[in-house]
Structures are given as structure tokens and as C-alpha cells.
Design a protein around this ligand. Structure first.
Ligand code: PDD
Length: 278
């Protein structure tokens, strides 16, 4: 088993991979990305991730350097080469390499980078006991639907939360509307109904979020996509956050406010059971 990178047509050991100093991903965060988990060797919700990658590319007028079908092949080969039972596949496509200048030429060709690493292990208590999250001001731009590598506000706020002993930071607008966490979407549960912010330009439309909403429909679990206030969140029966890397983690505390009875609840558990075992 070997942490592996793919860089413009070649697989190499991850420790030997490097990018050019004029890569616009490095200079301007001019790029997009996806994180996909392979469960038992098979990338989970792959088509959905690739559709979102294409959507992000279109949104920033970036022409993918290879077709989506070729990206699929590279992912499958990389997972096999790296050989981990559960891999975290990171795909980044940057605008390309050119001397630093804000605008780019018509000839520029995008760089495709992928890494294949083992999926990090999470402490079981995160899931069995739940986590605390910290509310922070929404300081991001108005196209959070694009899965852009420009993540400085997310990095700053995640670090602030972690430094204060919280698991995550939750972006809340100046009007008191909740958006999402720095690396995850958020759901509240009130009277056995799932409530999650709408997938507009203010949040990333998480693949895990959409999976849960589809599963909720087929399991007849009430769900609604609408704005939710911070006060409503604090009065929810249960809260959880979702992402490809963790599936779902229950939230039992927001700032110093306890959610429900302070323990992960039955609806969160039922939703967790929607996921195939890892
Ligand atoms: N992040 N919102 C934000 C801001 C995210 O960065 C992520 C995922 C999500 C959840 O999306 P999905 O369910 O498609 O993973 C929501 C990835 C895992 C990351 O940046 O590492």
C-alpha cells in the first residue's frame, strides 16, 4: 500500500509529487476540487461527485483537461494502485500554469492532480457521543455552491473552532440564518422532520446531503429544505452534520447551548443507518 499521486498523465508516489511554481491553483486558488471516499474499493456516489466537478468547472469557465469518463478510469486505477481498503480520493483541477497575471490566456490548459490516501480514522466517540460546534460569522463569498479550492475563510474558522475545543465552526449570517459548517452541511430535526438549508449559492450542495434527502424520501422521513435560524437550531430536538469523509456526525452542543438531551438522538441514528457499512 502506498500513498499515490496522479499528476498530468502519470502515477507517482505521493511524496515525490510537486506542482509548478506558476500553477494558478497555487498563485490564485484558481481551481476546483472533489473529495471521494472509496468503500471496499468502490468510490461511493462517484457519478454525483463527477457531475458536481463538471458543474464547478463550468461555473468558473474551466475546460476539464480530460473527459469525465477518463477521470473515472484514473480514479479506479489509482485506488487499485494505492491499495487501501478505504481510500480518500482527492481531485483538484487548476486553471493551469502561466506566469502570474490575474487574467489568463485562451491557450491555458488545466492541470489535473489527484491523491490516493487512506481514509483517516475517526474516534468512535465522535459518532457515539456527538460533537460541539462553534457559531462564527459568515465571511465567505456569494458562490459557495462552487467547490473552489479558495478555502481561506473555512480554514480560519475551522482553526478557531478547534483551538477553542470545538469540532467544527458553523457559518451564521448577520441576520441569524445558519448556512453550513466549514467542511460539512448541517441538518436540524424538529418533531421527526429533517430541516436543512436550501442548496442555493450560499452553501455547497453536499453529495452526502443530497443522498440523505433522497433516502429520506424513500424511507418516508419528513424533510424540508428551507432557511433555518440560529435560534431554531438551538431549539432543535437533534442536529447533525454531513460530509463524504464522515457521513454523519451528531451535534450535541452549539456554543454553550445543549441540543435536546445532549446525546445523539434516534432520528440521527436512523439516518446514519441509510449509509452502506464501510
Ligand atoms: N468538504 N460544505 C462544505 C463547505 C464542504 O467543504 C463539504 C465537504 C461539504 C459536504 O459535501 P460532501 O457531502 O459532498 O462531501 C459541505 C470536503 C469533504 C473537504 O473539503 O474535505
Amino acid at each position: 500500500m502506498l500513498e499515490t499521486a496522479y499528476l498530468n498523465n502519470t502515477f507517482i508516489p505521493l511524496t515525490e509529487a510537486s506542482v509548478p511554481i506558476n500553477d494558478r491553483g497555487l498563485l490564485f486558488a484558481d481551481g476546483i476540487y472533489e473529495v471521494i471516499i472509496s468503500r471496499k474499493g468502490k468510490p461511493f456516489l462517484l457519478d454525483e461527485h463527477l457531475a458536481r466537478l463538471q458543474k464547478s468547472a463550468d461555473a468558473i469557465s474551466l475546460k476539464l483537461p480530460v473527459s469525465v469518463a477518463e477521470i473515472t478510469e484514473i480514479i479506479e486505477t489509482g485506488i487499485n494502485k494505492a491499495g487501501f481498503s478505504e481510500s480518500m480520493v482527492y481531485i483538484q483541477i487548476t486553471r493551469g500554469t502561466e506566469p502570474r497575471r490575474h487574467n489568463y490566456s485562451n491557450e491555458i490548459r488545466a492541470n489535473l492532480i489527484m491523491t490516493f490516501r487512506p481514509q483517516p480514522e475517526y474516534a468512535p466517540e465522535l459518532f457515539s457521543q456527538g460533537v460541539a460546534i462553534l457559531s462564527v460569522p459568515e465571511i465567505r463569498w456569494s458562490r459557495c455552491d462552487i467547490k473552489s479550492t479558495a478555502l481561506l475563510p473555512n480554514v480560519m474558522m475551522k482553526q478557531k473552532a478547534v483551538d477553542q475545543g470545538y469540532h467544527e465552526a458553523l457559518f451564521v449570517t448577520s441576520e441569524g440564518i445558519i448556512r453550513e459548517c466549514t467542511t460539512a452541511n448541517i441538518f436540524c430535526i424538529k418533531n421527526e422532520t429533517l430541516i436543512t438549508p436550501p442548496a442555493d449559492q450560499h452553501i455547497l450542495n453536499g453529495i452526502t446531503r443530497s443522498f440523505i434527502l433522497r433516502q429520506a424520501t424513500s424511507h418516508n422521513l419528513e424533510h424540508i429544505e428551507r432557511d433555518c435560524s440560529f435560534n431554531e437550531l438551538c431549539q432543535a430536538d437533534e442536529v447533525f452534520i454531513t460530509s463524504s469523509t464522515v457521513d454523519l456526525i451528531p451535534v450535541v452542543k452549539v456554543d454553550d447551548i445543549t441540543i435536546g438531551n445532549g446525546r445523539p438522538g434516534p432520528v440521527s441514528q436512523a439516518v446514519k443507518n441509510f449509509f452502506p457499512t464501510r
